[in-house]
Write a protein that binds this ligand. Structure first.
Ligand SMILES: Nc1ncnc2c1ncn2[C@@H]1O[C@H](COP(=O)(O)OP(=O)(O)OP(=O)(O)O)[C@@H](O)[C@H]1O
Ligand SMILES: [Mg+2]
Length: 322
């Protein structure tokens, strides 16, 4: 069956112009597609541009270059009314559910608010019923409706954030590190909830995380980001069994394997140095300053984003498409 493309991101760039001289290249030309009903993971270390990419895709930031096409429509050329409609279809879940929930509002008010703004279910009683339903959908109950965010645990707060994101019946959810702030024991519960909601509601997710082991549990395909660039993209399985980019290999080698024999024999790749600044990124390949396989050409020419095998993309001079 032909998969339907829901989101298309083409050579997207988002620069922050800090001063006349300084430009911070937070996202510097990323290209990928997200198919309807899948979970597309974006992984990369802190500061590599994941959240900025998410916000630019949502249209919260204007893009510097490139474009974002959601369901056939160019996100950055919509008029006000079209943007408003788009924001019913795309919702975001954030890392810190506490910071993103108004502490002075009750759960009912928090979950109702998007419906009020968008004029959905103007009848108060119907709206309240919908709030109750949403609370149940995310594993809470109607008694929680009149409480305040501080009365909940981190995992429960994230459930409230998810209920709010679902209030407008979105098609697409950008989840920006939705479980990073939670206890490990709670993370799996929230991941399972997101999976359940995906099945029930046919949702499509863009799931952002800095931890590859976390992303793998939920993603069908994964894009690996480094300093504003995508370096590799393929199915979750392929990425684990046949990683190509040296950065992906390094990220994978940092994940412990439960089997001690395998763990002992594993080659561990420790990356030297810190993430360079996106203000003056390295010439050529941005990863070359930390790459164990760097060659002369890597400083001179930016590696092309190429589909090296079917559905396996990589930007690295080690690989040439035949
Ligand atoms: N509004 C802004 N103005 C200027 N620079 C910004 C802005 N937002 C982000 N940046 C910079 O852009 C780069 C990418 O930031 P971003 O928050 O997108 O990274 P991230 O991958 O989400 O990191 P984290 O894992 O820490 O959330 C960073 O260098 C950051 O300092
Ligand atoms: Mg972020």
């Amino acid at each position: 069956m032909e998969k339907k493309v829901l989101l298309e991101v083409n050579n997207l760039k988002k620069y922050f112009f800090l001063s006349k001289k300084e430009t911070l290249k937070a996202v510097d030309g990323v290209t990928f597609k997200v198919f309807k009903g899948e979970t597309f993971g974006i992984v990369g270390e802190s500061g590599c541009g994941k959240s900025t990419a998410g916000r630019t895709i949502m249209g919260l930031y204007d893009q510097t270059d490139g474009d974002v096409v959601f369901d056939g429509k160019n996100v950055h050329s919509l008029n006000k009314k079209e943007k408003f409609t788009l924001h019913q279809k795309i919702q975001m879940i954030f890392q810190d559910p506490y910071a993103s929930l108004n502490p002075r509002s009750t759960v009912r008010e928090i979950i109702s608010e998007p419906m009020e703004v968008h004029g959905i279910l103007p009848n108060k009683q119907e709206r309240l019923e919908r709030v109750y339903q949403l609370l149940e959908d995310v594993g809470l109950n109607r008694d929680h409706a009149n409480r305040y965010p501080h009365e909940f645990s981190g995992g429960q707060r994230q459930r409230i954030g998810i209920a709010r994101a679902l209030a407008l019946n979105p098609e697409f959810i950008i989840a920006d590190e939705p479980i990073s702030a939670l206890d490990v024991s709670v993370q799996a519960q929230v991941v399972n909830l997101l999976k359940k909601l995906q099945r029930e509601k046919g949702l499509t997710y863009l799931f952002i995380a800095h931890d590859l082991s976390m992303v793998k549990q939920i993603s069908d395909r994964i894009g690996v980001m480094y300093l504003g660039n995508l370096v590799e993209l393929t199915s979750s399985n392929q990425l684990y069994t046949n990683p190509l980019h040296p950065y992906t290999k390094a990220l994978l080698s940092a994940i412990p394997i439960p089997d001690p024999d395998v763990e002992d024999q594993r080659e561990r790749i420790i990356l030297e140095g810190d993430l360079p600044s996106p203000i003056n990124p390295p010439s050529g390949c941005v990863f070359r300053t930390r790459c164990p396989a760097a060659m002369d050409v890597c400083a001179e020419i930016k590696p092309e984003w190429q589909e090296i095998d079917k559905d396996h993309f990589v930007a690295c001079h080690l690989y040439k498409k035949d």
